[in-house]
Design a binder for this molecule. Structure first.
Ligand SMILES: CCCCC/C=C\C/C=C\CCCCCCCC(=O)SCCNC(=O)CCNC(=O)[C@H](O)C(C)(C)COP(=O)(O)OP(=O)(O)OC[C@H]1O[C@@H](n2cnc3c(N)ncnc32)[C@H](O)[C@@H]1OP(=O)(O)O
Ligand SMILES: CCCCCCCC/C=C\CCCCCCCC(=O)OC[C@@H](O)COP(=O)(O)O
Length: 272
């Protein structure tokens, strides 16, 4: 009977303990992820230099094989469908939605050979990760200077054809966890049309069921990855870019909403 007085404070303490432990797990997993990627990159640097002697897209094979186990530490799994759409010969542009730096795990899960990425130039300063990105042939763009970014991407279209390279672009241009896709920027579509290569859309389901940045939650979860059929660009010109971008956006958005069980945040509650 004496202990009954403890019940109300314990009841109050319980949510506090739960909150603290889930916040702790969130920060622990985030710190572990960054630290482990930095360590892996440190291991990969000499391997890549020995393999290719410097900056080379072939180094992505080393990076891909070293990153693939990281999902297990974070309690993440990938459910991939549409592998057959990546069985396309020659260069192409992959476009995907971008929610978090965790996207790198899904990217490495399906990364085809001779494929590298377009990334913001700030990434090159991320210590060993920045150096490994450079060694992996990542094309860095300055998002603050459209003319610079455009000319780098025009060069990249030529390199894709000369060196038979595939490029992965995040057409939203920034990370987004709003439960919907951001409007697409046009660079990826110019790239594909200039090189006259197909576009392969890839969709990551929403992370909101296991990863919430604002609420500091990072649980275990399964990410659905859908590789959609390629979109041809042969014969298309600059004038076709708005419709090509709209078509890709609509296909990816409906796939995203159907695999995510998520409602865009702008929508209010249902009225019956
Ligand atoms: C072993 C251990 C390893 C440990 C580490 C693990 C992994 C490391 C390895 C890999 C990790 C890689 C992860 C990479 C993730 C990186 C993610 C990012 O950085 S996302 C951000 C950067 N990406 C992008 O921004 C791409 C999308 N953006 C665009 O395409 C943009 O269009 C732009 C080219 C940047 C320009 O953007 P801006 O906002 O300035 O302008 P607009 O898009 O409105 O365009 C203006 C105008 O220009 C026309 N345009 C655009 N591009 C072109 C072009 N190439 N040629 C001609 N014209 C172009 C566009 O149509 C607009 O004109 P208009 O309005 O008339 O249509
Ligand atoms: C000494 C420097 C220390 C820096 C430490 C940071 C290193 C990051 C370490 C591990 C993460 C590995 C994955 C790296 C790839 C992350 C790519 C990424 O997600 O970049 C964000 C970019 O798409 C969009 O940026 P914004 O949303 O516009 O902003």
């Amino acid at each position: 009977m004496d202990v009954l007085w403890m019940a109300p404070p314990l009841l109050l303490l319980f949510p506090l303990l739960m909150w603290t432990s889930s916040t702790f797990v969130y920060y622990f997993k985030k710190c572990f992820y960054v630290a482990w990627m930095m360590v892996l990159a440190l291991l990969a640097i000499p391997l890549c230099i020995l393999k290719s002697g410097g900056r080379d897209v072939e180094n992505m094979r080393v990076i891909r094989s070293l990153v693939r186990h990281v999902k297990y530490f974070l309690g993440l799994r990938f459910d991939v469908s549409g592998w057959e759409h990546l069985q396309t010969e020659g260069p192409y542009v992959i476009i995907s939605n971008h929610q978090s730096s965790l996207d790198v795990l899904g990217l490495m899960e399906i990364l085809p050979d001779r494929c590298t990425m377009i990334a913001k130039k700030e990434l090159i300063y991320a210590g060993t990760v920045g150096l490994i990105c450079w060694l992996g042939g990542i094309v860095f763009i300055n998002r603050k200077k459209t003319s610079d970014a455009k000319s780098v991407m025009i060069d990249a279209a030529k390199t894709m054809l000369d060196d038979q390279i595939r490029l992965w672009v995040f057409p939203e241009g920034t990370r987004n966890q709003k439960g919907d896709l951001l409007p697409f920027k046009k660079g990826a579509f110019h790239l594909a049309v200039q090189a006259q290569v197909p576009i392969i859309p890839v969709v990551f389901s929403s992370y909101s069921s296991f990863y919430l940045r604002k609420q500091k939650q990072f649980n275990s979860g399964t990410i659905r990855l859908r590789i959609l059929p390629k979109i041809e660009t042969k014969g298309l010109t600059c004038d076709d870019i708005p419709s090509l971008s709209d078509k890709s956006f609509n296909l990816m958005r409906s796939s995203f909403l159907s695999i995510s069980n998520s409602v865009p945040q702008s929508n209010g509650p249902c009225k019956h």
